[in-house]
Design a protein around this ligand. Structure first.
Ligand code: R5P
Length: 303
């Protein structure tokens, strides 16, 4: 192992992104060993034989906390805690946690009586582990970061996503927000395509009991390339509804884009069936939709 002053720990959920960031920073990276015990408990160890190499060093941990086919988000969060705890015990000089996708971020407020604001609980636990800096990307509710006493940064991936869509040759673009909550973000997103790119919004209603979505909108999208932008694609229901309306309103091409494309259940099928020409996500989630890498923008923040 080299005598670097900085090391990057590549979390099990962010192998692609973690290695890219380490390579971009020119620092060594350390992998982990992880498994689930027969009783369901998680296990993780840093893949090192000599702990002294990390003593008094600056440590960057990269771990998204989205679900995948092999692990759920709870396992990913526990793995994150284990990595933080391991380096704390070893005695490092600084801990920087990069959590591109923050699980539970959508549980940021009370929708029905008796609920928990669990997004805040997760952040409070991370805060109690006394890390030095936290970086997330397009977190669902940025105000939840107020739970942290350390430096906390919400990185904006919009320029990277817009550059990718432009590289596909999209012209005469209209940006659509699938709900009012995402409108501010969509307006900022549209600016990356040009000063006068129009932004519109569909009316989305979600039944808080059943989770069922209804969406409506009347826009003139004839011969337009429509970019529908959201922070998360989970089951694809929101995106598919928006695409369907965009197509009904005359859209020529539809680009379905989200920072965190979890692609759960049959999301891919629903979105493509609704008429999307392309689905675009970032490597905050390591899957076949992650066409845009967050590495460069994260590196910019770390240098
Ligand atoms: C909700 O507020 C989020 O911004 C997304 O619109 C939502 O999480 C997408 O979920 P799904 O893909 O299951 O409709």
């Amino acid at each position: 192992m080299t005598s670097s002053e900085k090391f990057l720990i590549v979390g099990p959920a962010s192998q692609l992104l973690g290695v890219k960031i380490a390579n971009g920073l020119g620092i060594p990276c350390i992998n982990t060993e992880f498994k689930t015990f027969p009783d369901g408990e998680n296990y993780l160890r840093l893949n090192i034989e000599d702990e002294t190499v990390l003593e008094d060093k600056e440590i960057i941990i990269v771990q998204s906390t989205g679900p995948s086919t092999t692990r759920d988000q709870n396992a990913r969060i526990f793995e994150l805690f284990m990595m933080i705890d391991a380096v704390k015990r070893i005695g490092v000089s600084k801990i920087i946690a990069i959590i591109p996708y923050m699980a539970y971020a959508r549980q940021d407020k009370i929708f029905r009586p008796g609920e928990s604001e669990f997004a805040k609980v997760i952040l409070r636990i991370i805060n109690s582990m006394e890390i030095d800096e936290l970086y997330v990307v397009d977190i669902h509710a940025p105000n939840t970061l107020e739970e942290l006493t350390c430096k906390a940064v919400n990185i904006d991936s919009m320029k990277l996503l817009a550059d990718y869509i432009k590289s596909l040759g999209a012209t005469d673009i209209v940006v659509i927000s699938p709900d009012k909550g995402a409108l501010k973000r969509s307006k900022a997103f549209a600016k990356h395509f040009g000063e006068d790119v129009p932004v519109d919004v569909f009316e989305k209603k979600r039944d808080v009991k059943t989770g069922e979505i209804t969406m409506s909108g009347q826009l003139s999208l004839k011969n337009k390339d429509v970019v529908i932008a959201d922070d998360i694609i989970a089951t694809g229901g929101t995106m598919a509804s928006a695409i369907k309306i965009a197509k009904e309103n005359g859209a020529k091409k539809v680009y379905a884009t989200a920072t965190h494309a979890l692609m759960l259940e049959n999301a891919k099928y629903r979105i493509l069936k609704a008429g999307a020409d392309e689905i675009i996500g970032t490597d905050s989630i390591d899957n076949e939709i992650s066409k845009v890498s967050l590495a460069t923008i994260i590196i910019d923040y770390l240098q």
